[in-house]
Design a protein around this ligand. Structure first.
Ligand code: ZN
Length: 133
């Protein structure tokens, strides 16, 4: 599999409106706009930084994965996303290597990207997202 770059850092926040102030007003990053991904009960907002981006994640439902994350751990880095050349090939290679996956098949994430998560137990505690755009 070919990992091209760190695509983005996913950061869980209680509120994108509140959370984005630091990234825009303090760090001077550009706010690229937000998008709700209903299937994942999340609204995402992207802030490009060079070759990568910061992604803020706000829950749209009390039982969504981000709401659960905030409950357990509070605001902070929730996942690291690596861009790969071919996500299907990457997932089958990881499966062959016995890596525990959350998503055996890619799903559609923000911006129409194909994404899949690896289980944090397989990565020493980091929720890793693979994405192909
Ligand atoms: Zn992400």
């Amino acid at each position: 599999m070919k990992v091209l770059k760190i695509d983005h850092l996913g950061i869980a926040v209680k509120s994108i409106d509140e959370g984005k102030k630091f990234w825009t007003d303090v760090l001077g990053l550009e706010f690229e706009g937000s998008e709700t991904v209903e299937s994942q009960k999340v609204t995402t907002a992207f802030f490009p930084v060079g070759e990568s981006e910061v992604e803020l994640l706000e829950s749209t439902a009390p039982d969504g994965p981000i709401a659960k994350y905030l409950e357990k751990k509070g605001e902070g880095i929730q996942h690291v996303a690596f861009r790969v050349e071919n996500i299907e090939a990457a997932l089958s290679e990881l499966k062959e290597k016995g890596v525990r996956l959350i998503d055996e098949k890619p799903r559609v994430g923000a911006g129409g990207a194909k994404i899949a998560f690896l289980h944090p137990k397989a990565t020493h505690g980091v929720l890793v997202e693979l994405c192909e755009k």
